[in-house]
Design a protein around this ligand. Sequence first.
Ligand code: SF4
Length: 418
Amino acid sequence: MLDRILYWALTGTWGRFTFNPGPPQSHEANLLPDEVGVYVHIPFCRTLCSFCPYTKILYSHRTANSYLDCLESEAKGLISRLSGSKVSSLYFGGGTPLTLPEAIESVIELMSPYMVLGAGIGVEVHPNDVSTQAVQWLRQAGVTMVSLGIESFDDDVLRILGRGYDSKAAHAAIETVMDAGFHTVNVDLMTCIPGQALEQTVADFEELLRYNVGQVSAYPLMDFSFTWPASTYSCKDQLRVLSALSAAGHVWGYDRSSVWTWTRPTVTKYTSITRRCFAGLGAGAATYVDGYFGINTFDVSAYINSILQGRPPVALHSFLTPQESALYWLFWRCYEGEIDVTAPEVQRIKAFPWLARFSRMFGLIEGFSLGDTRKSSVRLTERGLHLYHFLERYYTRRYIGRLWQVCRDSAFPVRMTL
Ligand code: SF4
């Protein structure tokens, strides 16, 4: 109830999101802003990890070939709607993008003429796909950032997660990727796994800092009804993990670039989810543009059939009010730990000064002073980021988990309200 009251105070609505089936009738969703980030989902994996909530299926050569054709077709459709707007970033995630390198190559080629000069191209990489040839190929294809899903250096934890490699292979993968000369190397770790000791989590984290990787993302195990194992960490234990990582990051000179990421100063952040506007291509990919929120079908076969039949693969869509879009923007700025108070979204949240004053009183933000026009941004303090950690987890369970469950159960769900 408290969340609804807060939502109402910030947006004037009660925080009930209705998603309508299929793409919208209106053309509003076709209007793209000056710059848009593009995310490409490649859902194929060699093995499926039980903890993973993302859209994925086991690799099959035939399905992957059909998927490639459809992805190209969807990318051309997006290009036809760009009309003057530019692509500010291009990320490939999954799934395991390197199961379909042709898709990476083809989409980069299609998007290149529309990309902002110097825009980063990022690819998620599974350690089992890393080889000197593979990373050289990525470099030649124009990829500037990679995100390597190591998850842990503890062989027992890797076994629980079913990752299909051991700590020795994980180390070898990091060394190969680091030697390749990418602008940014992000490495993903997982925390709060049942049985994982705090000391081991910190040791994994420091091991990566010792490698001098550009960024470490230490994600807590996500709690969904359709993933396994469930998290057994208490709030107190989660806080201990965050505090320990925060202290280690500080000692090693890394900046806290979001609630769960630490980035070396001067390194470009690897971040596909925090863009102001993004267009998603592929099964399960989402698009968010100026309040329009659309989700492609999670079902890979249904995605292929839709494209082959000339229909948009959109399973559900929703339109946020201007105040709700502003709150959505604020949510992701809090995730990043910094809020530009001169942004137009802040003006749209009438209760922002009240919220900021309250947050400062409780030590959640620093650098905010009402009426002080010299300050253009405020930062979340460590306490603020830790509180945000719980807010994010609540939001993930309350909204994302339910939405994804519905999209997993049906390729094209009926109207739903969260
Ligand atoms: S964690 Fe990676 S490899 Fe495992 S199922 Fe998910 S996308 Fe595939």
